[in-house]
Design a protein around this ligand. Structure first.
Ligand code: AVJ
Length: 336
């Protein structure tokens, strides 16, 4: 697969829209030109209060830090979801069915999705992610290991719209959206995304999704503000990414990581708080931050199982199965 890297896949900003074949069983596709990042970021940064969409947490360093977060003792989400997958693998596979198209949403390095390949034996594996850097080597690795599966990478920002209709064939589809990533959306936005997934599912498709559950405030706060400071680094690093995309001069060291559970809203919030007064040159003008002023960088919504099942039903899903760990810390749903 070495000729993969020689293909134009590495440059989404200059690539044409649409899909094209990179290898016999490996297809690349782009949607979203990277050019829209700048205006979107500037709009959020000049707003009061300032905000940065959470998708910008994942540059190369941010993705590596997130991998580290998933190993932290405080961050129970990843390992609890994995334990549910392991304990209920056969029941989940029986519900989802074999030989389908498997759409890995926010695939990243595709490790979570690849874990299902043995149980689900997908015909096609479609990795959807905003980042080429993670998906490219993952698809090359998987295409080499599974010669009977067609692999496709779709580089798109599905926080705007899930434009996959042209990439799926008429066979049944299983969507896979693990890790409680749906929690980054407001409930209204989540309903919109789930409705789009439901439409793409057709009559015989389904969604396998992992969602975090509200719990003790201290445990939630610790999961998003760990003792060794990995999450703090992950949050501050977004400013390096913004500097690179916008061409501005944020000093990550001049901001403090703040994370807390907002119980009425059922969400963990992450913010960056200015340690002192500072001025950032943004698009020719100056954005002044007062000491203590915050930039909102992430929401992570938590759902009681009955609340999430209700959201799935509102999105048009009918049969809904739920699996939980013994402590009830996390929930996995398969919805048809
Ligand atoms: C990848 C969005 C599910 O919200 O738990 C981890 C991201 N932020 N620690 C989450 C995250 C801080 C994570 N999601």
């Amino acid at each position: 697969m070495t000729h993969w890297a020689a293909m134009p896949w590495r440059s989404p900003e200059v690539a044409p829209r649409g899909a094209f074949r990179l290898h016999n069983r490996l297809i690349g596709a782009w949607r979203q030109p990277a050019r829209t990042d700048r205006p979107e970021l500037i709009e959020g940064l000049v707003a009061q209060p300032a905000r940065i969409p959470p998708k910008y947490l994942y540059d190369a360093v941010g993705s590596a830090l997130f991998e580290a977060i998933c190993e932290l003792p405080e961050y129970y989400l990843t390992r609890t979801e994995r334990a549910i997958f392991v304990a209920h693998r056969d029941a989940i596979a029986a519900a989802a069915g074999r030989h389908r198209q498997f759409v890995d949403l926010g695939a990243g390095d595709c490790r979570k999705g690849e874990w299902w390949v043995d149980a689900l034996a997908p015909r096609r594996f479609i990795a959807v992610d905003i980042s080429t850097a993670a998906v490219e080597p993952a698809l090359a690795r998987m295409a080499a290991a599974h010669s009977d599966i067609e692999f496709m990478g779709v580089i798109t920002d599905f926080s705007r719209t899930l434009d996959l209709a042209g990439d799926l064939d008429s066979g049944p589809v299983t969507f896979f959206y693990p890790g409680s990533s749906i929690g980054n959306f407001t409930p209204d936005e989540a309903l919109e995304l789930l409705t789009q997934i439901r439409r793409l599912c057709g009559r015989r498709g389904g969604l396998l999704i992992g969602v975090d559950v509200p719990k003790d405030e201290q445990r939630l706060a610790a999961a998003y503000d760990d003792a060794v400071g990995v999450t703090a680094a992950f949050n501050r690093n977004v400013l390096n990414h913004v500097n690179a995309l916008v061409g501005c001069d944020f000093d990550p060291a001049a901001f403090r990581h703040v994370a807390f559970y907002n119980a009425p809203a059922s969400r963990v919030e992450m913010h960056l708080e200015a340690l002192r007064a500072q001025c950032v040159v943004l698009d020719g003008s100056e954005r002044v931050f007062a000491p203590g002023e915050r930039i909102h960088t992430e929401n992570s919504y938590k759902y009681e199982p009955q609340a999430f099942a209700a959201l799935l039903r509102r999105a048009g899903f009918a049969r809904i199965a739920v699996w939980r760990d013994e402590a009830g810390d996390f929930a996995v749903y398969y919805a048809e």
